[in-house]
Write a protein that binds this ligand. Structure first.
Ligand code: PPE
Length: 304
């Protein structure tokens, strides 16, 4: 169950956690046209800091732009509301969920004149794939569900309804005894996890899937930047599922999942079954950065 906090920001006002309700005929609830973000705030020695706030708010507004929904609030206002939400709930570490949705007003697929609503919830959320997963790695299953085709769903938008595809894949993986799903794209190449981008390491080269059918992950972007600075070669290229099987190292990235080592894919142990040197280096660097212990990346943190 979710760890409740006290207040939720809804359309410009804070309301009590249990009063943050919507009408049953809320358009997004029926048809899935809404967009959201997932952001994390970490505790540092200098107080709490939001990781890459600007990039997340920017992606939220890109999602709105793609989906042709226009919130009445500007990005600056949303950024300030996020900071206020963390403060008012007195949380030093939390997950942040802004949601832009179509409210009550019209029914039917054509959302003409639907009111555009915005909410921001914050709550404590620990390791997404478990503490055990972060430490010792997780087990992946190639999904029988294909990732979105780029002309079926708009994959650069974090659209609510698109996550049904993720749920189907995740549920299947868990039902089969795995921790997470790995989805292939419509051409059969590796795409991403249900809510994470994927990286593999082969012969010292870091590879991740190009930005076609996958979300433009902000953690993915951070890992690429970190790797480049560490002089680890990075390639954004397509690869097949069997290249994942024979990779030296595999890890997933996401705001919720952070950097999670993958120890097994479809019953094949990856490398030695333990986090390899590249994964460990990037994981350590990432946690030092988000916790404010690395000055070189201080522009990625917004202190509250
Ligand atoms: N791909 C997908 C499909 C995705 O949903 C996410 C984030 C990513 C990649 C990684 O993106 P980024 O967080 O910017 O590095 N998934 C969010 C939702 C997870 C959830 O269960 O809810 C997240 O990690 O916050």
């Amino acid at each position: 169950m979710i760890k409740e906090s006290k207040k939720i920001w809804m359309n410009g006002k804070f309301v009590d956690w249990h009063q943050a309700n919507v009408h049953i005929l809320t358009h997004t609830l029926h048809y899935g046209l809404g967009v959201f973000e997932g952001i994390r705030c970490y505790k540092t020695q200098k107080g709490s800091a939001v990781f890459r706030l600007k990039e997340h708010v920017n992606r939220l507004f890109n999602s709105c732009h793609i989906m042709q929904i226009t919130p009445e609030f500007q990005p600056d206002k949303i950024s300030r509301a996020i900071i206020e939400s963390i403060k008012i709930n007195r949380l030093d570490e939390c997950y942040i969920r802004p949601l832009v949705y179509l409210g009550y007003g019209v029914m039917g697929i054509y959302p003409k004149d639907s009111p555009v609503k915005v909410a921001i919830a914050v709550w404590p959320w620990g390791a997404y794939l478990g503490e055990e997963g972060i430490k010792n790695g997780i087990r992946l299953k190639i999904s029988s569900f294909t990732r979105h085709h780029v002309n079926v769903s708009m994959t650069k938008s974090k659209t609510c309804g698109d996550y049904v595809n993720s749920i189907l894949a995740k549920r299947e993986a868990v039902f089969c005894g795995y921790d997470e799903a790995l989805l292939l794209d419509t051409a059969g190449y590796v795409a991403e996890g249900s809510g994470q981008n994927i990286f593999i390491v082969r012969n010292g080269v870091l590879k991740t899937t190009p930005l076609t059918s996958v979300l433009e992950g902000i953690t993915r972007n951070s890992v690429i930047a970190m790797a480049q600075r560490e002089k680890i070669p990075v390639k954004e290229v397509n690869f097949s599922r069997d290249e994942v099987y024979i990779a030296d190292e595999v890890f997933l990235t996401g705001t919720a999942a952070e950097i999670t080592h993958v120890r097994e894919v479809d019953g094949r142990i990856i490398g030695k079954g333990k986090p390899g040197p590249v994964t460990k280096k990037l994981q350590d660097l990432f946690f030092n950065i988000v916790k404010g212990r690395n000055k070189s990346y201080k522009s990625w943190l917004t202190y509250i």
